[in-house]
Design a protein around this ligand. Structure first.
Ligand code: G3P
Length: 231
């Protein structure tokens, strides 16, 4: 069955008892505070671009971000070789118990994910652009894996089809790795991810704010305000 309004024909039923977790993709404490105040934010993700913009060292910024939210806070490693990723990952994990270490899904990254798992460190496999990369990340024991929807679409691919295939593969083998959709550009990406049963979605503050907005709601609200004032 095709979901009405869905761009996909893949039918997925979200796991019973689960819910889609919404993450704010930001390294700006003020933005994170505002996002958490909405009451719908389950965690924070950061990336190198966002951290560079913040102009603060992770050792200083990360504990502050962790204090603002109850859930996981994903922090990327700068290192690219397996041994240094593990070393840096262990240091990041020591910053706060809710830090999840973000590691790219290339060969060195995957080796590091498996080793960090062995050390009891949760990892977030990032830059995932294919179902096979997600399969490997799950086999290595990643806690989250993030398909990059917007970036895949920039190259003419179907980001949401990528998400659907990853969810299907991970469900086939009952991997515990959670699929966190990333590189989200608009509310449709969030809606489709939820329809597909993704475990989580991370998005910029602008997209999170846009989720609550609908022009018809505004019009009806205005109509009701007028009715109140005439009554
Ligand atoms: O934080 C990871 C991801 O969501 C960033 O996506 O497309 O803004 O580079 P993008």
């Amino acid at each position: 069955m095709t979901t009405p309004g869905s761009v996909l024909s893949v039918e997925k039923v979200p796991k019973l008892g689960g819910f889609v977790k919404l993450f704010i993709d930001s390294a700006d404490p003020k933005q994170v505070r505002d996002a958490v105040a909405t009451g719908v934010v389950d965690g924070v993700t950061t990336n190198p671009k966002l951290l560079a913009r913040s102009d603060r060292a992770p050792a200083d910024l990360v504990p502050e971000l962790c204090a603002l939210v109850r859930g996981p806070v994903s922090v990327p490693v700068r290192a690219r070789a397996s041994d240094s990723i593990v070393e840096e990952g262990l240091a990041l994990a020591r910053l706060h118990e809710r830090v999840v270490v973000k590691v790219p899904v290339h060969a060195d990254g995957l080796r590091a994910i498996a080793r960090l798992r062995g050390e009891g460190v949760r990892t977030h496999a990032t830059l995932c652009c294919s179902p096979n990369q997600a399969l490997l990340a799950a086999k290595c024991g990643a806690y989250f894996v993030s398909p990059f929807v917007g970036r895949s679409e920039d190259l003419g691919g179907s980001g949401l089809e990528l998400v659907a295939q990853i969810i299907e593969i991970l469900d086939n083998y009952e991997f515990e790795t959670q699929v966190m959709v990333a590189s989200v550009r608009n509310p449709v990406h969030v809606q489709e991810s939820a329809l597909l049963g993704a475990d989580a979605c991370t998005m910029p503050w602008s997209v999170l704010q846009a989720l609550a907005h609908h022009p018809l709601t505004d019009r009806l609200d205005e109509e009701q305000r007028r009715a109140w004032s005439q009554g």
